[in-house]
Ligand binder design. Structure first.
Ligand code: C2E
Ligand code: MG
Ligand code: MG
Ligand code: MG
Length: 287
């Protein structure tokens, strides 16, 4: 049996159905333990408006440090957690933790929280969000929720109703990874987004494929006329910042600005950003 012969054997032959099931049970058990034992943490990555020289928000990104598995990337456990029904609980933890940590940041810096598809479909989603705000004292206008097209594709009308309710509470709504899914224009027309996050695949192609620049220009133009903010994701170089600015998208997020950092470092990052602005000759007035 795989369990008796130890982990090392798992890679030496094709895993059979039973072993796959066994591994899944272990992962599920470990995820429940992670929640109970506090193995999750949030890292935060800033979004900066290069034109106004201002921090827009920090996106909360889930990190799992498992004592047996090491640092597990979200892509390796979030889809599974969705499948086995653990995402509502993990998502609640993310919401509460992000709101609590952001409540200590200087205004008007916002926090952006990713919502998974199953979380978005929970009938009591709005209640879960307002509970997190009430519990932590974070103002609704300082919370932005990021949703993907996949979460809304099946029921655009239902999604519009939920997003409308969240917007009326003062919460901001971003469409994440724009351009990777179905990205229909009717989404932009029918859903009350306050921000579009242009997927990093477009940013990556900016220097080499003219279509990428054309798409960024068109999307930011559309956002401008709809009164929606646009943010480019995955910005890694100064050249990309310049091209994005030329295409009308000065709000950027990516390794060029900062990698996601632990919660304890956010305040220092904000302070360093403010002081670098003061040192710059001819900078704009502080907000
Ligand atoms: P996302 O929401 O699109 O987050 C952006 C991802 O791109 C993050 O990966 C971030 O670390 C990475 N990234 C940021 N800047 C750069 C860059 O310049 N270059 C490159 N190559 N990558 C960059 P991460 O943290 O591994 O998260 C992956 C995905 O997992 C997220 O994509 C999001 O869909 C999901 N996720 C993360 N945290 C949560 C969470 O708390 N709840 C839910 N439901 N999903 C989450
Ligand atoms: Mg996101
Ligand atoms: Mg994204
Ligand atoms: Mg992305």
């Amino acid at each position: 049996r795989a369990k008796e012969s130890g982990r090392g054997c798992l890679r030496t032959y094709e895993p059979g159905m039973e072993m796959v099931m066994q591994q899944r049970r272990e992962l599920e058990r470990d995820l429940r333990m992670a929640l109970a034992l506090g193995e999750f943490a949030l890292h935060y990555q800033p979004v900066v408006d290069m034109a106004r020289d201002r921090i827009t928000s920090f996106e909360a990104l889930l990190r799992w440090k498992s004592p047996t598995r090491g640092q597990v990337p979200p892509a390796d456990f979030i889809p599974f957690a969705e499948e086995v029904g653990l995402m509502p609980e993990i998502g609640d933890w993310v919401l509460r933790t992000a709101c609590r940590e952001a409540a200590g940041w200087p205004e008007p810096v916002k926090v952006s929280v990713n919502l998974s598809t199953t979380q978005f479909r929970l009938p009591d989603l709005v209640h879960r969000v307002t509970a997190a705000l009430e519990e932590t004292g974070l103002g609704a206008d300082r919370l932005e929720l990021e949703v993907t097209e996949t979460a809304m594709i099946d029921d655009v009308q239902g999604a519009a109703a939920i997003l409308g309710e969240l917007r009326r509470l003062g919460i901001q709504i971003a469409m994440d990874d724009f351009g990777t899914g179905y990205s229909s224009l009717s989404f932009l027309r029918n859903l009350p987004f306050t921000r579009i996050k242009i997927d990093r695949s477009f940013v990556k192609d900016l220097g080499t494929k003219p279509e990428a620049a054309a798409i960024v220009r068109a999307v930011t133009g559309l956002c401008d006329s709809l009164g929606v903010s646009a943010t480019a994701e995955g910005v890694e170089t100064e050249g990309q910042v310049a091209m994005l600015q030329a295409e009308g998208c000065p709000e950027v997020q990516g390794y060029f600005i900062s990698r996601p950092c632990p919660a304890a470092e956010v305040a220092d990052w904000i302070a360093a950003f403010a002081s670098s602005r003061r040192d710059e000759p001819g900078n704009r007035a502080l907000p």
